[in-house]
Design a protein around this ligand. Structure first.
Ligand SMILES: Cc1cc2nc3c(=O)[nH]c(=O)nc-3n(C[C@H](O)[C@H](O)[C@H](O)COP(=O)(O)OP(=O)(O)OC[C@H]3O[C@@H](n4cnc5c(N)ncnc54)[C@H](O)[C@@H]3O)c2cc1C
Length: 410
């Protein structure tokens, strides 16, 4: 058996963020083992990577803020002069659902989020393609209705998105620049233990590494490793198929296009690929219920009925959009934490075994902060991009967090 100090299982956005933050503060040897042939084969590759701030729990707002600070300062954060990815600061607008109140904006501002309250005229001035209608659309047939607005809406002006596979590429460069070894085609199949402590990992090809610390960052596959060490029953973490729709961005749409969280239509959407496409996802709890037995085997397309209903919602939100071209659908996997839709991050009862699992629909924006939480737990010292949220908030031994809504909108 070869040896190293720390093994991180998985080179998704979480595993690479953990490895990067560790490498900044320890001289320990760090090895990332990734079963895929390349980057982006898990949740991160399919992610919409929307970076928004509003959550019902203040700690989540803080974690989102810390993550988004890293993405907004990507070159400084990764110490890369020419990163591939860049943060598209389009702003995030929240329409419908009755959440646009001065109290909610005041809460976000108190937490340091650049949030403002918009009225109908502001929406028209800033984002002329968007209708502020707050009546839920007919998702089945797309029948038009008489639109009504007159509510208030929240704009998070520092929100936006970053293309996820570009971000992974930059993270890979950054970890390698900092001495981390990353191996592809390396599937971890076993965790070795001695006296209630991690002692190493074994791989599918029969090889192995002795090590004192393992971080399980294997995304939707996390239960396979948790089961090896008897920890799979503590949290209900379920790989869950998440469908998306995509279409070509019509050239005639006026004005700038924010990320839109459309609570009346049950969707969110954003531009993609230098405004060539728009991608559309769901914010409805019923679209986060299709669990998958084997994360290696699931339907990566989207159902026609899903795509049709989401496009009806888009057409309602952008009445001038006209016929949609280049329509397609695809699916990826969330790892839903059915107890409270929040990630589980930190040490476990098995000495030296750490988890960053169950990220549900939040893992991309939180990844820099999750990397910071794990690195603080292992290596202690502080880094300029550290989060100040206590490690207990998402810890393995916490109780489920009480929430009004158990979905991506938690
Ligand atoms: C359609 C979709 C839209 C999303 N939209 C957003 C969004 O807008 N904003 C947001 O914040 N989040 C979003 N998310 C959630 C976010 O993308 C995920 O929470 C995040 O990508 C999880 O990253 P990860 O590194 O944990 O998992 P992954 O990206 O799945 O990485 C895990 C890696 O581990 C590897 N692996 C697994 N088992 C082993 C093993 N035994 N040995 C070696 N390697 C192994 C896998 O191959 C994989 O590469 C979205 C997710 C999806 C699917």
């Amino acid at each position: 058996m070869q040896s190293t100090d720390i093994v991180v299982v998985g080179a998704g956005v979480i595993g690479l963020s953990v490895a990067y933050q560790l490498a900044l503060r320890t001289s320990d040897r760090i090895l990332v083992l990734e079963k895929g042939a390349g980057l982006g084969e898990g949740s991160t590759g399919a992610s919409s990577a929307v970076c928004r701030f509003r959550y019902s729990r203040d700690e989540m707002v803080e974690l989102a803020k810390d993550g988004i600070r890293a993405y907004r300062n990507w070159s400084d954060f990764l110490e890369l002069t020419a990163p591939v990815a860049r943060f598209h600061q389009t702003g995030v607008i929240w329409l419908g659902g009755g959440i646009g109140s001065s109290a909610e904006v005041a809460r976000l501002q108190r937490l340091g989020v650049a949030a403002t309250l918009l009225d109908d005229a502001d929406v028209q001035d800033n984002f002329p393609a968007l209708s502020p209608c707050t009546i839920p659309p007919d998702l089945l047939a797309g029948e038009p209705h008489e639109c009504r607005s007159g509510e208030r809406y929240i704009l998070e002006s520092e929100g936006g998105y970053i293309e996820p596979t570009d971000a992974l590429q930059d993270l890979l460069t950054a970890v390698r620049n900092n001495g981390v070894e990353v191996q592809f085609g390396a599937r971890v199949t076993g965790i070795e233990t001695i006296s209630d402590r991690v002692a190493g990992v074994t791989l599918a090809d029969g090889s192995g590494y002795a090590c004192g610390l393992v971080v399980n960052a294997s995304g939707p596959w996390c239960n396979q490793l948790l089961a090896k060490v008897g920890l799979a029953d503590r949290w209900p973490l379920r790989p869950t198929r998440i469908q998306m729709a995509q279409f070509d961005m019509p050239p005639h749409l006026p004005g700038s296009m924010p990320v839109c969280a459309d609570l009346a239509g049950g969707i969110y959407f954003r531009t993609q690929g230098q405004r060539k496409h728009i991608i559309v996802g769901s914010v409805l709890p019923e679209d986060e219920r299709e669990t998958v037995d084997d994360p290696d085997e699931f339907d990566r397309s989207a159902d026609d009925s899903f795509v049709r209903s989401k496009l009806h919602a888009v057409q309602h939100r952008m009445p001038s959009i006209g016929p949609l071209r280049g329509v397609r659908g695809y699916s990826g996997l969330y790892t839903m934490n059915w107890a409270d839709v929040h990630p589980i991050v930190g040490e476990t009862p098995l000495g030296g075994f750490f988890v960053a699992n169950g990220c549900s629909g939040h893992g991309f924006k939180l990844a820099p902060a999750i990397g910071s939480l794990i690195a603080q737990a292992i290596a202690g010292s502080k880094h300029a991009f550290d989060t100040a949220v206590p490690r207990t908030f998402l810890s393995f031994d916490r109780r489920p967090i009480e929430l009004a809504q158990q979905s991506v909108l938690a």
